[in-house]
Ligand binder design. Structure first.
Ligand SMILES: [Cu+2]
Length: 438
């Protein structure tokens, strides 16, 4: 066991918080640069194969309230859709395992770091302790050491899709880019759906991309605007089947380091039942879903006419100082088999829990900016410093935060271990559908 312990983010862990703790971005771009790879990595090669069967990630499921596992972090040549690539992986697979637990369960994860550099774990979106051996991103698990994480999930943890990833500052972007991210499902969402929809087919979609240079995923000078290879559960345009009229529950997660997805499946709607792990108060349907890095949606979909269609990501531009992503296919959907009568879709999943009527304990102004020349990022004019607590809030209180983006590109943001509810965008009040954690 090892680890450089730094100061805790919040002081107390009881009760419900709207907003508290230290605000930080998940995707720092100040990457430490490892030695350049100058020759092709031995054992790599081949071509990506598309059209392989869609495969859900491997799963670890909690037993009797505990998910007790060992995660080995390794640098290995792995098979990614038929191509041999050097990547950073959990337990030997580019497709990281899905961790399935229920509210009130406990994670016991023995993280064994076989890398020559530090790493750690962050459980993105869970309302859990950010201290000690829990979701503590200030722990650094040094090279060739191990650490036992114990994370207690509260009984009122909203059910839906979350994710875990390396948060080893300042190399987290590089480690996530190289493969160190996976999905978490907090089970029970299906129990909140109409009885006719319980027991339907569910699929997890881990959206990740990789830029391969000389057989390895690019490790330095990451250019998030460069051409990249998009994968779903580690496969390039895998083939998924659905019957005409059949309803499936898809757990969608962008667990890449940098790029945005804008999903569209032909003319078929996505019916959103949870967003960022929060079941919705008001169900909406849309044909296009934007997923910045870290974003999750749980959606119901229904098969249309027989035939083959594409789940695609559409062209997306994050702004003049940002990136432009082209339209790319993500998965092939084959609609076949006996037609089913489409089930009635829900209009509400959980009762309204509106925070906008709460007493406001504090109002804060948070400004995101960047220096486009150096690609350095700032919050209220200062850079992230792990030794500085920028915001102290009392757990269980409700605060109002006004967020501005002074840069010329979009930024997703979230607050570790706490959700928030969007009240207005550019002064226009929003109709909230759920609390959310982008
Ligand atoms: Cu996070």
């Amino acid at each position: 066991m090892s680890g450089r312990k730094m100061r805790p983010v919040v002081e107390s862990l009881e009760g419900r918080a709207l907003l508290s703790g230290l605000i930080m971005t998940d995707h720092d771009h100040s990457g430490m640069t490892p030695a350049p790879i100058t020759a092709p990595v031995p054992g790599t090669g081949g071509h990506f194969r598309s059209g392989l069967p869609f495969q859900d990630p491997p799963e670890y499921v909690s037993q009797d309230g505990v998910l007790s596992i060992t995660l080995h972090v390794q640098e290995e040549v792995v098979n990614v859709s038929g191509r041999r690539v050097l990547a950073l992986v959990y337990n030997g697979s580019f497709t990281a395992p899905t961790l399935r637990l229920r509210p009130g369960d406990q994670f016991r994860i023995n993280l064994v770091n076989d890398l020559d550099e530090m790493t750690n774990l962050h459980f993105h979106g869970l309302h859990v302790s950010p201290q000690g051996d829990s979701d503590n991103i200030f722990l650094m698990i040094e090279a060739h050491t191990s650490f036992q994480y114990v994370v207690n999930i509260p009984l009122d943890q909203p059910t839906g899709t979350y994710w875990y990833h390396s948060h080893a500052h300042p190399i987290s972007e590089m480690q996530v880019f190289d493969g160190l991210s996976g999905t978490i499902i907090i089970g029970g969402l299906e129990d909140k759906l109409p009885p006719a929809l319980r027991g339907i087919t569910q699929h997890v979609f881990q959206f990740k991309d990789l830029q391969v240079r000389d057989g390895a995923i690019a490790q330095q000078d990451i250019n998030s605007d460069a051409p990249t290879n998009r994968t779903v559960n580690g496969r390039v345009v895998p083939r998924l089947t659905i019957a005409p009229g059949e309803t499936q529950l898809w757990h969608l997660a962008n667990i890449g380091a940098d790029i945005f997805d804008k999903l569209r499946w032909g003319n078929r709607p996505f019916t959103i039942v949870a967003e960022d792990g929060n079941p919705v108060w008001r169900v909406t349907s849309t044909k296009e879903l934007v997923l910045p890095p870290g974003k999750r949606f749980d959606v119901l979909v229904q098969g249309g006419h027989r035939g083959t269609s594409l789940l695609r990501t559409l062209a997306y531009n994050t702004g003049p100082a940002g990136d432009q992503y082209p339209t790319r296919p993500l998965a092939q959907v084959v609609t076949r088999g006996p037609a089913q009568a489409p089930a009635a879709l829900p209009t509400q999943v959980v009762p309204v829990d509106d925070l906008s009527n709460d007493k406001i304990a504090a109002t804060r102004y948070i400004d995101f900016s960047e220096d486009p020349k150096t690609n350095q990022f700032y919050i209220n004019g200062v850079q992230f410093d792990p030794n500085v607590v920028n915001v102290r809030a009392l757990l269980g209180t409700t605060e109002e935060w006004v967020i501005t983006n002074s840069s010329r590109e979009q930024h997703p943001f979230h607050i570790h271990v706490n959700d928030f509810q969007v009240l207005s965008i550019n002064g226009v009040p929003t109709t909230p559908t759920a609390p959310r954690t982008p």
